[in-house]
Design a protein around this ligand. Structure first.
Ligand code: SF4
Length: 430
């Protein structure tokens, strides 16, 4: 690949304009540092450089633009040119691998606000796989919000629980500030797992099937985060309650042909006390108003709603002019310091990333620490439940412990009850 030609082409896609041009602004460093992830692009960029020719860098800007436009019109050149564009956007506008590209400086983006000292979520206390007991009252598979809440409730009721999580611990600092590997937008291996060796079959619109491993193509693999704490490590924290009619979808709206829609076996009133308990223990910031008018509450939100901002006021004024009710979204975010953790510092990347000051509430910093504090919960990380066998009075779970190490160990653990809370895709497959 002619670096001189490629550099000139990059600098025509993103020319200097008071800010540095594309190559010096991050694309050059990106191409140097990206490693095998850009193997898809390198042959295309080499082909484009050859198509543009060795004299491309000496052309004036108008002729360079004309040459690039001609390449973009060519059947094969168009693919090469699109690769060039994508590499330019990724290198110039996405933070990744510790780079601080020009595109983010242009808009004043800092993943941790100026003057804020990051505070990480402490790693939870875990049990060594060699100390896992043969039997527990309950085994909970998956440490996300469902599994964390169940572990919390069972241990509070005096039960001994083994809480299994297939991922190892990751600090918040490894779950933020990377726009090419975060779970929400990842175009490459997602930092929130699961990693290689966890294939899924993706069915496209035409019915074609592709096997996608857990370290590639996050968009098609799915957005479920595989982490201690599950998706709540990187969620936005919206903590809505279902509306009463959401429990009666079949009755309210009918059953479309071919569907098997059913009403829930419980209604809102039955579930309401549990919503309240979860909001208190998780920590939800909200206020009563138009958005909560249809969900009767037995308790107040434990924290005041997040403060307002200009965009909310503008949109709210528009809604009010139309006669629509509006209000702050209930968020599982500390609007004020709570339970020894900080308040939100309004960093610019909440959804898809972990919090820089541990102000975002999830299973990892609420339910699971509460369960562990009882002394009746053992948390085993890097442990995949590979089989659940139901017996007459006992269920058995086969677990591959230390799964990501060179020396995984199979454990066989029994319990009165097994709760599978491994996410919408993994739970049915368990
Ligand atoms: S809770 Fe606040 S500080 Fe934390 S990630 Fe969200 S916006 Fe940023």
């Amino acid at each position: 690949m002619s670096e001189r030609t490629l550099r000139a082409a990059v600098d025509r896609v993103i020319p200097a304009d008071g800010w540095r041009a594309g190559w010096a602004g991050g694309v050059g460093a990106y191409l140097e540092s990206a490693g095998p992830e850009l193997d898809w692009a390198r042959p295309l960029l080499s082909a484009l450089a050859a198509r543009l020719g060795p004299g491309f860098a000496e052309l004036d800007e108008a002729d360079q633009d004309a040459a690039l436009a001609a390449a973009a019109q060519h059947p094969e050149g168009a693919i090469e040119f699109r690769a060039l564009q994508r590499v330019c956007w990724e290198g110039f506008y996405a933070s990744s691998g510790g780079r601080d590209p020009e595109g983010l400086r242009m808009v004043g983006f800092h993943d941790v606000p100026a003057g804020v000292t990051p505070i990480d979520a402490p790693a939870p206390r875990t049990v060594d796989s060699r100390r896992v007991r043969r039997r527990y009252d309950a085994i909970v598979i998956g440490s996300g919000p469902g599994g964390g809440a169940v572990a919390r409730s069972l241990t509070a009721a005096g039960k001994h629980v083994l809480l299994l999580e297939r991922a190892a611990w990751k600090p918040n600092s490894e779950l933020r500030g990377d726009h090419l590997h975060d779970k929400r937008n990842a175009v490459y291996r997602p930092s929130a797992g699961p990693g290689a060796g966890h294939p899924r079959i993706h069915v496209d619109d035409d019915g074609g099937e592709t096997v996608i491993d857990g370290d590639g193509d996050a968009a098609r693999y799915g957005l479920n985060a595989m982490l201690p704490g599950g998706g709540t490590r990187i969620w936005q924290g919206m903590a809505w309650r279902f509306l009463p009619e959401d429990f009666r979808m079949a009755s309210e709206y009918g059953n479309p042909a071919g569907a098997s829609l059913a009403d829930w076996p419980v209604g809102y009133d039955e579930l309401e006390p549990y919503y309240s308990q979860a909001e208190q223990e998780l920590g939800v910031a909200g206020s009563e108003g138009a958005l909560t008018a249809r969900t009767r509450r037995s308790t107040r939100y434990p924290m005041p709603a997040m403060g307002t901002e200009r965009s909310r006021e503008v949109l709210g004024a528009g809604a009010a002019a139309l006669g629509w009710g509006w209000g702050p979204i209930p968020l599982a975010i500390n609007s004020v310091p709570r339970n020894g953790r900080a308040a939100c510092v309004r960093c610019p990347q909440c959804v898809g990333h972990a919090c820089p000051v541990d102000a975002k509430n999830g299973a990892h910093n609420t339910f699971i620490p509460l369960a562990l504090a009882t002394g009746r919960c053992e948390l085993l990380l890097d442990a995949e439940a590979v089989r659940v066998e139901d017996g007459e009075s006992t269920a058995t779970v086969r677990v591959m412990a230390d799964a990501s190490t060179p020396t995984p160990r199979e454990l066989v653990v029994e319990a009165d009850v097994v709760i599978v809370s491994a996410g919408a895709v993994e739970t049915p497959g368990c």
